[in-house]
Design a protein around this ligand. Structure first.
Ligand code: GLN
Ligand code: ZN
Length: 758
């Protein structure tokens, strides 16, 4: 008999009950007791659903207020000193203050850092370790959840974030030291936790060690065997889980660790099964993740069964599983009433994915006939997706197949383009511009809501958006900016706005996925070949340009970012989908140029987050990502100036690729790091023009002219001054007009002062 389980369930709830309850609690309109009741209800529903799907074990401990890494910190008593926590238990408000700086009770303090969980769009709260860090069990929540599930009669598998991955994800603060040196103090606490779980009657503990799929330093891989020797003696059977990639160089290590079982991701690491079967001791349970926890496509049951049958001879037994936690997919497809029926039939959200795991287990144990109907349906869907006209557009495929090197190259090199653009645009030294969006005011949001609800006509909506654009243009002229933008009033979201106008995209009503804390995103679904039936932004750009003599910057989202922030089809390489999007954007770029727009910005804030987890895969990714951007931008004449924008920290790993993108101007985020982020560009001798952000748009604070001059002076010392632009860190959509106007006035003054003193 095989086992069936999932690695974790989404916390949000089918109606984002989690979000609503959390935010109400933070606001003070929901009591702590009521909040806990919502949590309890969500857990109960998740467990019942797992049982109903035919899973043998229900996963307990995956529910987390805010974030599971933060829950682990609470469990282990890792609370930074600034929160003045006295112990013994981390109360809920201390917990929330760590996450967000404030909570209904307790002193406001700056929150802990947040960063992306591996290569997902989920963000975790970074553990902070101080010299002399101590660990002690400091939260009862895991044990309470286990007791709750057992009392309700569910067969429990508890989940714990493994000690090495936990340390790996953290950071040292204050005096610097090697965080791996904390392991000897941490392990006894893990042993106590496991012991308590055993006392509660838990037979299996899923211990997550996704760090094992990374390129780990030797000292870290060396630490695994000893650590797990201690843990495996503590009581419950350990199922070591790895996901998001194949095990690669750590395969032998993971297989040989003294645990009762090993989980591997066969969606991301599809080809690792034979090698794992060879390396895995015959008495160990093998858990095979064949149902994709990162994407929303219905599983091809037949293909999954083939994989499972290849592993079925394994003596230690087999578990059928999701590839990773289902945290990364929406809760329930049945909520989608408006989605096109054919597209809907191709999808599976968390609830449907659990059912798939259950079905696969039945087929393994009882034979295909036991799930004949489901197999038939799955076969039909697979066939449908192979041939559907909705998906396959011969013209798009032909265009992508015929891509030529010339499609991905501007006519002349940057050095030749530059004087042409300077003459064409007639810009001063240190030209000023903004990143695209201006404040999304209540009026704008209300107009959009009214339009979507049918309360105002399309004509009325357009009229209001035009008024907003006119307002933004007038203000920018008054402020004295050099290159203007239309302000993006008409855009709800920088990906959705384009997706809605492109072929090959679908949208859900309830397809929410947790991004961080109470925040969720609703990624579009790229289901088919992508093309652009008609211009998307040209009318707005033309209108904006008609209002001013100054250059109006056209504003688009780039192919890599559109891909990265969507659920992407799994029937062709991501590189191919990126290229299809790139051609669609290229058409828009060319149409903008034809309409007289001389500066066009193609935003690519997501290039870095698409980087594969392992270094060996970086090159191939960056090659296709750069090509996609270049194809999207290279259709224009040399006098048309292409901008791109990327707002994030780390450029070191990608600077070469960023240079290869060959945008005439790049604007980046630098103000919060006091221009330190420029280092990558300086060291690389970045050849094109660059606008290092001079003020942080995340804060309502209005920086002074002097501050911005000081930052630009730093930039001017290390980069050619004639290559420098003056702009904020990012778009201004979350700001209000008053602070935006003051800050931009100071920014223009700063540029003037820089010009004067040359
Ligand atoms: N043009 C976009 C804006 O200004 C860029 C947003 C982003 O970088 N995330 O809002
Ligand atoms: Zn940005």
């Amino acid at each position: 008999m095989s086992l069936a389980h999932i690695l974790g369930f989404p916390r949000l709830g089918p109606d984002r009950e989690f979000k609503k309850a959390l935010e109400a609690y933070w606001k003070g309109s929901l009591s702590q007791q009521a909040l806990c009741d919502v949590g309890k209800d969500l857990r109960m529903r998740a467990w019942s659903a797992q049982k109903a799907a035919g899973l043998d074990l229900v996963t307990v401990g995956d529910f987390a207020w805010y974030d599971h890494v933060l829950e682990t910190s609470a469990l282990l008593g890792v609370v930074p000193p600034r929160f003045e926590w006295q112990g013994p238990e981390v109360d809920l408000d201390t917990f929330f203050r760590m996450a967000r700086g404030v909570a209904p009770t307790g002193k406001a303090t700056h929150a802990c850092e947040m960063t992306k969980w591996f290569d997902t769009n989920y963000h975790y709260i970074v553990p902070e370790f101080h010299k002399g860090q101590r660990f002690a069990i400091s939260s009862p929540r895991l044990f309470e959840d286990v007791a709750e599930a057992s009392a309700a009669g569910f067969p429990v598998k508890a989940v714990l974030l493994g000690p090495l991955t936990y340390l790996w994800l953290g950071k040292t603060k204050g005096e610097d030291f090697d965080r791996l040196s904390l392991l000897p103090d941490l392990l006894p606490v893990y042993q106590q936790i496991l012991k308590r779980l055993a006392d509660l009657g838990v037979a299996w503990v899923q211990i997550d060690e996704p760090a094992l799929v990374l390129d780990l330093p030797k000292a870290w891989t060396d630490a695994y065997p000893k650590a797990y020797e201690g843990l495996s003696a503590a009581g419950p059977r350990l199922l070591l889980t790895t996901y998001f990639e194949s095990l690669g160089a750590n395969r032998e290590l993971a297989c040989k660790l003294p645990t009762a079982g090993l989980h591997i991701d066969l969606v991301r690491g599809a080809d690792q099964l034979p090698a794992v079967l060879k390396a895995l001791p015959s008495d160990k349970l093998l858990s095979v993740g064949v149902v994709d926890g990162r994407n929303i496509w219905r599983a091809d049951l037949e293909a999954a069964l083939k994989v499972l049958r290849a592993a079925q001879g394994h003596k230690g037994g087999l578990a059928v599983a999701s590839s990773c936690s289902l945290l990364h997919v929406p809760v329930d497809l049945m909520r989608e009433q408006r989605l096109d029926a054919e597209i809907r039939s191709w999808l599976a959200f968390a609830t449907q994915k659990m059912a798939e795991v259950g079905l696969l287990k039945r087929a393994l144990d009882e034979g295909d006939a036991a799930i004949a109907q489901a197999l038939e349906e799955s076969r039909r869907v697979a066939q449908d997706r192979k041939s559907s006209k909705r998906i396959h557009d011969a013209a798009v495929k032909a265009r992508v197949a015929a891509v030529q090197p010339a499609d991905a190259a501007r006519k002349q090199a940057f050095a030749k383009r530059r004087p042409l653009q300077r003459a064409h645009l007639n810009l001063p030294m240190f030209p000023t511009t903004t990143i695209g969006s201006f404040p999304q005011t209540n009026e704008i949001r209300t107009a959009r809501r009214d339009f979507k609800a049918g309360r105002i006509s399309a004509a009325e909506y357009e009229e209001r958006m035009r008024a907003e654009i006119a307002l933004a243009v007038r203000k920018q002229e008054e402020i004295g900016l050099d290159v203007l933008v239309h302000g993006e009033a008409e855009r709800n979201d920088m990906v959705e706005y384009f997706g809605e106008q492109l072929q090959g995209f679908a949208f859900t009503d309830y397809g929410w996925v947790q991004s961080y804390g109470s925040r969720a995103v609703k990624p579009p679904i790229i289901f088919g070949d992508v093309s652009r039936p008609k211009p998307m932004t040209v009318e707005w750009a033309k209108y904006a340009q008609s209002l001013t003599k100054r250059p109006m910057k056209g504003m688009l989202t780039g192919p890599v970012t559109i891909l990265q922030w969507s659920f992407v089809r799994n029937d062709q390489a991501r590189a191919d989908t990126a290229l299809q999007i790139a051609f669609a954007i290229r058409d828009e770029v060319c149409d903008l140029e034809r309409a007289g727009i001389r500066v066009i910005q193609i935003d690519e804030p997501a290039v870095r987050e698409g980087l594969p987890l392992r270094r060996e895969d970086h090159k191939a990714y960056l090659a296709w990502a750069v090509r996609a951007f270049r194809v999207s931008s290279a259709g224009v004449g040399d006098e048309t100036q292409i901008h791109t924008h990327m707002c994030y920290a780390e450029f070191n790993d990608i600077i070469e690729a960023v240079a290869e993108m060959d945008a005439d101007v790049i604007t980046i985020e630098t103000s919060r790091s006091d221009m330190e982020l420029l280092d990558a560009f300086v060291n690389f001798h970045y050849p094109n023009e660059i606008g290092p952000g001079v003020y942080d748009i995340h804060s309502p604070r209005v920086p002074s002219t002097e501050e911005m001059v000081r930052l630009m002076r730093k930039a001017e010392k290390v980069l050619p001054p004639e290559h420098l632009w003056v702009n904020p860190d990012c778009g201004l959509k979350t700001r209000g007009w008053p602070e935006t106007e003051s800050a931009l006035r100071h920014m223009v003054e700063a540029a003037e002062s820089l010009r004067k003193t040359r």
